[in-house]
Design a protein around this ligand. Structure first.
Ligand code: ATP
Length: 291
């Protein structure tokens, strides 16, 4: 098996020792490994696009941002693997990927491939989720130096910092042609969010559709109810949260510059045009994986 490993030395504060163990196990399993260290944002995508042959599988070693950049450079038909060394690692939680480097390497070589259909946000692919409103403000508000030192705590601080703003913007979200209003929206491919929290029990990463969660009531008390429900995996039961399956979504916000996040990183500004992609990606998962 020919494997291209893309390692982000900045993800999760750097995990060089884990990378070495991961690569050693791949080689022990007789894989031929080509290793690339990313040099900055978008480097993974550019590097992959420059390769005449990416091999049988490209493995992202990093967090969800690295996986996103690998996904956007992946050639059609090439499988994608993940060894999660980032901060939140939502995709790894969704796919039940092991944390230990040796076990993660075995999934790449000895696991199975499942078809995951990403979606496109303004033309660029994402694999887990994108969002506007509170969700995007939190991603935008993360202090990167705190994230580097203290990991997930940076997200908690950003969440607290943005709570008061919730409800200040109303978005027009058109879900498969149906116009709806919302004070925040998350468009998700999978069930998980922010690590191991379950955002949507309706979502299924193996289905070529996205799940649209709309937060349709304003007010800090409503937001706190939603955040509490997230802790217990009961978001879709909250009165005022709508959960809809969709193929195509547009999001607009009149008269304001509003950020979007995709796979946990800033992804430009509204308006947003989100479409389920035409092409599925084979993703390496454990033999036992069930969605
Ligand atoms: N050499 C580098 N130096 C600094 N940043 C980099 C480098 N290579 C890639 N990046 C950027 O680092 C960002 C963060 O990486 P990533 O999201 O994988 O890790 P994380 O934020 O720790 O994890 P998670 O997204 O799971 O919380 C990516 O968006 C990528 O553009």
């Amino acid at each position: 098996m020919n494997i291209t490993v893309i390692y982000n030395p900045a993800a999760g504060g750097g995990r060089e020792a884990l990378l070495c163990r991961f690569v050693a196990e791949l080689e022990r399993l007789e894989a031929k490994v080509r290793l690339h260290h990313t040099t900055g944002p978008s480097d993974a995508t550019r590097y992959l696009q420059s390769l005449p042959d990416q091999g049988d599988c490209v493995v992202a070693v990093g967090g969800d941002g690295t996986t996103n950049e690998v996904l956007n450079g992946l050639a059609p038909g090439v499988a994608m693997g993940v060894f999660a060394t980032g901060t939140a690692n939502v995709l790894a939680k969704e796919l039940g990927l092991p944390k230990k480097p040796e076990a993660a390497a075995r999934v790449v070589v000895e696991g199975k491939s499942v078809s995951v259909t990403p979606a496109r946000l303004n033309g660029r692919r994402f694999i887990m989720m994108c969002g506007v409103g509170y969700d995007a403000w939190v991603v935008d508000g993360v202090d990167l130096s705190i994230k580097e030192k203290f990991g997930k705590l940076a997200y908690v601080m950003a969440m607290l910092g943005q709570i008061r703003r919730y409800g200040e913007r109303r978005y027009r979200v058109t879900v498969d042609g149906r116009p709806l209003d919302s004070f925040s929206a998350i468009i998700t491919n999978g069930k998980h969010y922010g690590g191991s929290f379950v955002l949507s029990r309706e979502a299924n990463i193996l289905r070529p559709q996205v799940q649209v969660l709309l937060f349709q009531k304003p007010g800090v008390r409503f937001l706190l109810r939603c955040l509490t429900a997230l802790l217990f995996g009961r978001m879709e039961q909250v009165d005022g949260v709508a959960s809809l399956r969709a193929q195509a979504v547009t999001i607009q916000c009149e008269g304001a510059e509003e950020p979007i996040q995709a796979d946990g990183d800033p992804a430009g500004m509204l308006p947003a045009d989100i479409q389920v992609d035409d092409l599925a990606v084979p993703v390496r998962v454990p033999q036992m994986f069930l969605p």
